[in-house]
Design a protein around this ligand. Sequence first.
Ligand SMILES: O=C(O)c1ccc[n+]([C@@H]2O[C@H](COP(=O)([O-])O)[C@@H](O)[C@H]2O)c1
Ligand SMILES: Cc1cc2nc[nH]c2cc1C
Length: 372
Amino acid sequence: MPQQNTTSTSVFEQAYWQIAAVDSACLPSIDERINNKTKPLGALGQLEDLARQLAQIQHPAPKESKPIEINRPVMLVFAADHGIAAHNISIAPPEVTQQMVLNFLNGGAAINCFSSTLGWKMKVIDAGMLSPIDQIARASASDMLIEQPMGTGTADFSTQAAMTQDQAEQALLMGAKVAKEQITQGSNVLAFGEMGIGNTSSASALLSLICGLSPERTTGKGTGISDDQLANKVQLITDALERVKNTHGTKAFTPQTALAEVGGFEIAQIIGAMLASAQAGKSILVDGFIVSVAALFATRIAPKAQDYMLFAHCSAEHAHQQVLAQLDARPLLSLGLRLGEGTGAALALPLLQAAASFYNDMASFESAGVTV
Ligand SMILES: O=C(O)c1ccc[n+]([C@@H]2O[C@H](COP(=O)([O-])O)[C@@H](O)[C@H]2O)c1
Ligand SMILES: Cc1cc2nc[nH]c2cc1C
């Protein structure tokens, strides 16, 4: 059931989330620990930045030098359908969203392979697909599946608002609930993935609205559509932006308005889950283009949430670079992936573990008797 916001503060306001910035007072002791490891200064490159950020998130007290822990890493894959998918803007029809969710529940997708190989717990969240999961699949996958649909897919945003403002609000609360449950179970690293035929259209429109970028710059081929389909996708997003400007004027769009007009149920729930993770002081591992747009929205609601975000990879969807630039984020991997599902985030877990391992266990110059 949707939670009630008992305060008068909206979930789209920073004050609702009360996210503490990570404290830079702890940096000197963290840097001292990293710099005294038996290596030339900076020689572990981006792994040093990763260790620094993980240590800063986990040990804000200035003088403490405690190990980094990666506990019960959990992959949360949010799935939903999109009304815009009726316009042939994907290689696949909308039914494929649910077919792929069933594939997740049966353990057969790329994200299952990576999660089981690398040690992720995996949860699949139905945030609003065209039809509910049938009882047999539900019964056989009760441990992996979380059902909290906001409806049977969003409305077609090229002609009307994707969802109501109230749904956008409820979606944030429902996403937050999932993150809180996983944190209660002991997770301190939460990764985010998604599945939704048509959701690159939604992510592109959201990016255009919130950053004032033209649809040509924010729109790409998603699952691999043709040039003609891409031209149609750009036109549909252009029409949607025109519709939204006619409805709300040309003023800057708030995250809530943008989400309600052109968002997706899975994207909105991810935003809420990220904000709750940051609120609880846990690390957020961001996957590809769609999840990064959700991360951008989370930071537009509560800028301090970014302190807790680690960017796993750079997707082949070219607008992902625009999102990363907006966030001034440097991703860990660049493998040309454009699958989604959380696959890029899953693959980054060994890097987090390696960063923790050198930070925790590598000898210092003093302890090893190495004199440089
Ligand atoms: O994560 C990415 O960067 C990414 C880039 C392109 C496509 N996807 C996946 O493909 C689906 C959306 O693509 P489309 O063409 O249907 O909009 C959705 O299920 C995503 O998981 C994901
Ligand atoms: C087959 C398929 C698998 C996916 N996984 C994430 N998005 C997807 C889109 C399609 C079409």
